[in-house]
Design a protein around this ligand. Structure first.
Ligand code: HEM
Length: 245
């Protein structure tokens, strides 16, 4: 297993240059100096993302638990909880710059993403068992959901290889570090085009949701947008391999 310290990236010297500013906002910029790492979950526009994901999660939990409890009940509860943890795993790492912050943030990130991946996999197993011999992946939500699960498992394996097994699988720690930006890119893109849309579709567009839950589209689209904006405004483009590195 590679040492954590050996994998920490250097904070770019040009961190205050225009290329490294967050995409949407300068006033909410968060450059943390040895504050408790958990503050990263709420600093700057993280609070907007938190508001969005907690409203989304509480809404789904309340609506689902107001229905009779059956095997299916576990599917949305597990899936939305997995998404809630995914957002925490992203928010904790976004503002990290020093080696010690990155080390602490990364430890939190991989533990939380492991639990999130297990929750998504459990949600998947529940719905597969629940559907039994009925047709599978025959709705937009089903297809998006399947792609989401495949992506999340692959992304987690990608993270494990680049961080824990860079020498044995990729040849060197440096080769592992070169992949960090692709891991970030794929994580952000999937959040935008797979994970949030799958949850929105599941909550509002399946036969079950339309007939029983009666959640208006706006009630999940607005929290979903809050997550996208809250997370998007904290992007640092140098961490995506753009601008000065
Ligand atoms: C990102 C979160 C979610 C993922 C990854 C996901 C994944 C999936 C998958 C893969 C299926 C298809 C199973 C099959 O056809 O064999 C499915 C079905 C289903 N899901 Fe989800 N789901 C998520 C969130 C939700 C939520 C929040 C709800 C409801 C509030 C929900 C309700 C349903 C229902 C009713 C079905 C059965 C109908 C259908 O297949 O379209 N899901 N889900």
């Amino acid at each position: 297993m590679a040492s954590t310290a050996g994998l920490v990236e250097e904070a770019p010297a040009a961190i205050e240059s225009p290329e490294t500013q967050p995409l949407l906002s300068r006033s909410n910029d968060v450059i943390q100096q040895e504050k408790p790492i958990l503050l990263n979950l709420v600093t700057g526009t993280a609070s907007i993302a938190q508001l969005g994901i907690w409203i989304f999660t509480i809404l789904i939990w309340c609506k689902i638990l107001s229905q009779p409890i059956i095997l299916f009940t576990a599917h949305p509860l597990l899936a939305i909880s997995g998404l809630l943890l995914q957002i925490q795993g992203i928010l904790i790492l976004q503002p990290t710059t020093t080696a010690s912050e990155k080390q602490k943030g990364t430890r939190f990130h991989y533990i939380i993403q492991l639990i999130s991946t297990l929750l998504f996999l459990s949600a998947f197993i529940v719905i597969e068992v629940n559907k039994g011999t009925h047709p599978h992946f025959d709705s937009a939500h089903g297809v998006l959901g399947l792609l989401t699960i495949i992506f999340i498992v692959s992304q987690s394996l990608f993270g494990v290889v680049q961080y824990f097994l860079p020498r044995s699988v990729l040849g060197s720690v440096e080769n592992g570090k070169k992949l960090y930006k692709y891991h970030r890119w794929s994580g952000y893109v999937a959040l935008l085009v797979l994970e949030i849309p799958a949850a929105i579709w599941g909550a509002t567009q399946t036969g079950y949701s339309i007939n029983l839950l009666h959640i208006p589209l706006w009630a999940v689209v607005i929290p979903g947008l809050a997550v996208v904006l809250g997370v998007g405004a904290r992007l640092k483009i140098y961490k995506l391999g753009l601008g000065n590195d």
